[in-house]
Design a protein around this ligand. Structure first.
Ligand SMILES: [Zn+2]
Length: 240
């Protein structure tokens, strides 16, 4: 019997375009070898934090990924993504509309530890962005745990903002993933049309190209399959 949800997806991967170790093509070939169905390359957009894709090279980056799509598109679905450091390290006033992108990950939203800008600022920016918007590896429990959860989730739903389950050890506390620490928030999410994405945040270890199993187990444990399906649908419709 086929598992209810495919484990062969990963929507958070870095390449040599930013601070990853492998070229997009090596990543795509490895993903095909592992029989993956869908991956997104999501390099860092111009930020002072790490090596990143400058605004003036965005078009080249997109063209590079589109060429891979033409070359390998019969074997795997390749999505074009980018990750924005939502903090003063990025020139937020000059953000492009990312119209050729399928998804834009926003990291550190409302995260004071990383000088992240608040969610209301993202709601403002979101109107100008032509791609699907996702909160990446957010410590929801810390950043939104004190808020009115239903109000928070209603905002995400009405503004079509998705939430990512990230399986990188950078986004854990004492070995527990941020999303598991926010179980109470995620339990509520199945009552809302909020897309849920999964990603491993792979940089140097190519074996982590399909390291999303814990996130998928979590989705099954909490019966969030419809939220994942909604994400897959939204991101496909956005395909640039
Ligand atoms: Zn990342």
């Amino acid at each position: 019997m086929r598992p209810y949800i495919s484990s062969m997806i990963n929507f958070h991967i870095h390449s040599t375009w930013s601070d990853g170790l492998y070229t997009p093509e090596i990543i795509v070939r490895e993903a095909i070898k592992k029989k993956m169905e869908k991956i997104a390359i999501t390099d860092h957009y111009e930020t002072k934090k790490v090596n990143s894709v400058p605004k003036k090279y965005l078009k080249m980056y997109v063209e590079d990924l589109k060429a891979l799509r033409r070359k390998y598109g019969d074997k795997i679905d390749i999505y074009i993504g980018i990750e924005v450091d939502f903090s003063p390290r990025t020139n937020i006033d000059n953000l492009p509309n990312f119209e050729e992108f399928d998804l834009v990950l926003f990291e550190y939203v409302q995260d004071s530890l990383w000088d992240g800008y608040p969610l209301w600022m993202l709601l403002d920016k979101r109107k100008e962005i032509d791609a699907f918007v996702i909160l990446a590896h957010n410590d929801l429990n810390k950043n939104f745990g004190d808020a009115n959860i239903d109000a928070f989730l209603r905002v995400l739903e009405s503004d079509r903002i998705g939430v990512e389950l990230n399986t990188s050890m950078n986004y854990t506390k004492l070995g527990t993933y941020y999303y598991r620490l926010a179980e109470d928030i995620f339990k509520e999410m199945k009552n809302y049309k909020i897309p849920i994405s999964v990603g491993s945040d792979m940089h140097e270890d190519i074996e982590r190209v399909d390291d999303v199993k814990d996130a998928l187990s979590f989705i099954q444990e909490l019966h969030l399959e419809d939220n994942l399906k909604l994400f897959l649908k939204e991101v496909s419709e956005n395909e640039g």
